[in-house]
Design a binder for this molecule. Structure first.
Ligand SMILES: C[S@@+](CC[C@H](N)C(=O)[O-])C[C@H]1O[C@@H](n2cnc3c(N)ncnc32)[C@H](O)[C@@H]1O
Length: 276
């Protein structure tokens, strides 16, 4: 998954990644670490440890590496997905531009907007004006698990974490700060089950899922996967961290007989390219 960061657009995108993860002012961000953030982090770590993921056993000792690998919930940074998963977004978007794969880009589950800001930055870097970035979120945090319809979501109580609820105004402001809020960015506000089925999207070239729950992952797949062009990319952020998200991906693949190879990005994210 090599990305070229030597030319002007590469240098711009490299700087964007450092800003979006706030690895540039990392020490300052650590000083701002409040007890509340620590509590959230502890919960997230426990959630992950429950799955016996050996990758995160030494999480607390890893310092800055943690941010680079997207293993913390940053108090300030605009994304929590880390540099490798941002590299993966760059790779996928560069591929679809290079290969003229038709369609727009979307992330379902954007939090402070960082990953979608980066998608818009890539289009800007390559002067692409005929594709949009869709930014889909409740802008109010996660839903309560619907344990009757989605029993695999039982106990994934991320809806309790107010820090995961970032308002639409705040996300727009974040786009603006990078000079990237314009008519190529479209916001879809509300629960995925309400906004995605009738979203004004014809075709997608990149579909990135980051909604954590079985329900959120399945709702996005059911509403959008058929719109993904051949040669386009499906990215799942939480595959290695949230068991119910992984289950949704497998159930959907089985139901639709999807056989494309699942490729790991880092300790948690995966992607595949839709067959031509
Ligand atoms: C882990 S955060 C996303 C992180 C983000 N991609 C980033 O770059 O840092 C999960 C987001 O998904 C949203 N979300 C989860 N399930 C949802 C649903 N069913 N409908 C709408 N939004 C949802 C939450 O509001 C939250 O903003």
């Amino acid at each position: 998954m090599p990305v070229n960061n030597e030319n002007c657009s590469g240098l711009y995108l490299d700087l964007m990644k450092r800003c979006l993860t706030n690895t540039i002012y990392y020490e300052h961000e650590c000083r701002n670490f409040t007890p509340w953030n620590k509590k959230i982090q502890r919960f997230f770590v426990q959630l992950l440890l429950r799955k016996n993921n050996p990758e995160i056993i030494n999480l607390r000792d890893q310092g800055e590496d943690r941010r680079v690998s997207g293993k913390d919930w940053p108090p300030v940074a605009h994304t929590m997905i880390g540099l490798k998963r941002l590299d993966n977004i760059q790779y996928c978007v560069e591929q679809i531009i290079k290969n003229n794969v038709p369609g727009d880009l979307i992330e379902t589950g954007v939090w402070r907007g960082g990953a979608t800001i980066f998608m818009r930055a890539i289009l800007k870097a390559y002067a692409v004006t005929d594709r949009k970035v869709f930014v889909a979120d409740s802008f109010a945090g996660l839903p309560r698990p619907d344990e009757v319809r989605y029993p695999k979501d039982k106990g994934v109580n991320l809806y309790k974490y107010k820090d995961l609820a970032v308002s639409l105004e705040r996300v727009k402001q974040n786009f603006e700060r990078y000079g990237l809020l314009d008519e190529q960015v479209c916001f879809l506000k509300g629960w995925f089950k309400e906004t995605l089925p009738d979203a004004p999207i014809e075709k997608l070239a990149v579909l990135r899922l980051d909604g954590d729950l079985y329900e959120s992952t399945m709702d996005a797949l059911k509403s959008l996967y058929h719109k993904l062009s051949a040669g386009g990319f499906l990215i799942v952020d939480d595959y290695g961290a949230v068991e119910s998200c992984k289950a949704a991906v497998h159930d959907f693949r089985k139901e639709r007989s999807i056989r494309e190879e699942i490729i790991p990005i880092d300790w948690v994210g995966v992607y595949w390219q839709k067959a031509r």
